[in-house]
Design a binder for this molecule. Structure first.
Ligand code: SF4
Length: 401
């Protein structure tokens, strides 16, 4: 498995696959042709289908300049991955030069068919949670200690920066009011939820605050604000909401919060390596479902859960999102994405309680659940995989016309 630095990426929303990845690809292409006056970028499959709502063109134009021609091909899906892009330099006589096809494969990462240029080092020698659990049992150590063993002590500085960025995104989102960008004219809700939550008694208040924190980060993401992919931009509200809530209500020490982030990261990394964290590849189960698993594992770790309790929490967080489709209305990372983060954060806390009551005893392993997620994702028709051609997106379009 790769470093957690590739899972937790600090950057700007609204989409790791549709905004962060294309922006990084454009930066790389510009480095190859700094002298070029004109570019053409062709977007394929999901990138073309929901790229306008996800600000894909805006991210590319910011790097290559406003004169860049953007060609949209939602009807053509390249075999390697649904998120394909072709960059070309346009010469003075109108001919194209140095066509480069690259794929945004989720979480801000790029891949090129038949080229290992984008391959980054494998930092972890074990790729399944079962193997990692065995290592923990043999050594008497915990999940976060396996992260430190593989990544080195430097990882704590990076995770401290991640945690700081997550907290700032919660706090910014709780104060930002107004309407989000895009044709939906969706109002931000986090500040209202915060005020209402604080006026309720303790049990409702807890739930309301968790909702407010998740909405805050997701609304920041939708507004193009600075967030951390956990594991993606669209699902970036779940982990911060749960951790922010637990830090504020239980006063866990800073070090323990970083260990919780490492535990969550390990869960996300296993899902990414053995399954997927791409909505375009496997639907929302791979984004918000994985985020819920990460947050549930972090909560169980914070409350002193055993290896099995943490694993069961993660498994439940994902299992009960299996089959969840990705159908963002108007291609914007807003409906259903923003509310979905709030619900998943609440579910993550429930998964921790449920798993604790069961002493972590369960039948379906997290590894198996990830396998099922991947298979289910591949079985889901493409209209439900970030193309905005089915589900809520289609209903909304039909209502408008
Ligand atoms: S529905 Fe889920 S997977 Fe799709 S864009 Fe929204 S958060 Fe991402």
């Amino acid at each position: 498995m790769k470093s957690l630095k590739e899972l937790y990426r600090i950057g700007y929303g609204p989409s790791s696959s549709h905004t962060m990845g294309p922006r990084i690809a454009a930066e790389r292409y510009l480095k190859r042709h700094p002298e070029a006056a004109n570019f053409r970028v062709t977007l394929y499959g999901s990138l073309a289908a929901t790229g306008k709502g996800h600000l894909t063109d805006w991210a590319i134009l910011q790097v290559l300049g406003d004169d860049t021609e953007i060609v949209w091909h939602p009807d053509i899906e390249l075999p390697f991955h649904p998120n394909g892009m072709k960059f070309e330099t346009i010469l003075a006589d109108g001919t194209s030069h140095d066509a480069w096809t690259v794929f945004s494969v989720g979480g801000g990462a790029l891949a090129e068919e038949g080229n290992t240029e984008f391959d980054t080092p494998e930092v972890y020698d074990l790729n399944s949670l079962a193997e990692i659990q065995d290592w923990c049992k043999k050594t008497g150590r915990g999940y976060w200690e396996y992260v430190e063993e593989c990544e080195g002590k430097e990882i704590w500085d990076y995770l401290a920066e991640v945690w700081q960025t997550m907290k700032e995104s919660v706090e910014r989102g709780l104060t930002h009011e107004g309407v989000l960008p895009g044709v939906l004219h969706l109002r931000r809700k986090a500040p209202d939820y915060l005020i209402k939550a604080n006026s309720f008694g303790s049990s409702l208040q807890t739930r309301g605050l968790v909702f407010a924190y998740a909405l805050a980060v997701s609304e920041e993401n939708a507004g193009g604000g600075k967030i951390v992919t956990a594991p993606t931009c669209g699902s970036s509200g779940v982990v911060p909401a749960v951790l922010y809530h637990l830090e504020h209500t239980r006063n866990f020490p800073h070090r323990r919060m970083l260990h919780a982030l490492a535990t969550a990261g390990l869960i996300g990394n296993v899902a990414k390596t053995r399954g997927s964290i791409s909505g375009a590849e496997c639907g929302c189960q791979a984004e918000v479902g994985v985020a819920c698993a990460m947050a549930a594992a972090a909560a169980s770790y914070l409350f002193g859960g055993t290896l099995s309790v943490v694993e069961y929490s993660a498994e439940m967080g994902l299992e009960h999102h299996l089959g969840m489709t990705c159908d963002p209305v108007c291609g914007l990372v807003q409906i259903p994405c923003i509310e979905r983060n709030a619900h998943a954060a609440a579910r993550a806390l429930d998964a921790n309680i449920y798993s604790t009551f069961a002493n972590g005893i369960h039948r379906v392993s997290f590894d198996k659940c990830v396998e099922v997620m991947l298979q289910t994702g591949h079985d889901i028709p493409s209209v439900y995989r970030e193309t905005s051609e089915g589900g809520l997106a289609r209903e909304y379009e039909q209502e408008r016309t």
